[in-house]
Design a protein. Sequence first.
Length: 349
Amino acid sequence: MRFSLFIHMERVSDSQTQKQLYDEMIELCQIADEGGMHAIWTGEHHAMNFTIAPNPLINIADLANKTKNVRLGTGTLVAPFWHPIKMAGEIAMTDIITNGRLDVGIARGAYSFEYERLVPGMDAWSAGQRLREMIPAIKNLWKGDYEHNGEFWQFPKTTSAPQPLQQPNPPIWVAARDPNSHEFAVQNGCNVQVTPLHMGDEEVEKLMGNFNAACEKNQDISRPEIMLLRHTYVADSEADAELAADEINNFYNYFGAWFKNEREISQGLIAPLSAEEIAAHPFYTPQAMRKNNVIGQAQEVIDRLKVYEAMGYDEYSFWIDTGMSFERKKASLLRMINKVMPAFQSEAE
């Protein structure tokens, strides 16, 4: 099982400038590259100072000139916010800029806050239908001379300009949860990204079960790869692990508030949550975060990840966005590289 870094610019207050956040993100990415991680993933979000990521292809183009070996992935592009011709061309240009180091994760999106602003009236089901129309369309655009008459997009014979360096196209990953999404990914020759979010390892097993079932139903198609994304903190003591669990619980309380889309937002930031509100959450607790997410000292993390490897996961992505300080993120990432990754056989590039 190989390892990657999943990272955005994220904050719950304006105590850090956006430029400071970007510089810190770049430094963490360079540590991941120099430390032998396989990939860096960064995603797309809009009008949210909680997760600042308006176009991952811009960040990846910058990272292409600030890293040497690591692959660079969109984790993820939100299909409903793009036109297929625009997506195909910008992905191809980025593939050229990265000298063929690009991976492309695509999703339907998650936040109704964003749907309301970019595609008013769209719901999660409709967003999923756009994803299913988008992926075959961009693949055909890369082949060229493709006419499209779909439910959401229509255009005459068109060829992506430019066309990607990697042929026939960069690896495509679909963010999947339910069985139908896994089946769509496998049937379309795409790899799969999954995240159990705050849930425990029973959800990790369930997601792998959905993937295996999709592969079983499509035995004529080569098995794609599957990546597991989890909030991770490699601690230097149990007290350090407990502090991280508290910090990650705080992060999830804000994540949940954004997802519910019921709280006042000003200057792209959600109205602060009080300690009482965080303590009253029905299932986000520091104890649950300590148990469910991958938080612990190096050997505990190794033991947990060995279980995921045995389940069949090809890649484990270290989700570093936690609301904690840059210094704590950096220390955890270095412990991951120096104390955890050596326990796993690295995959030859």
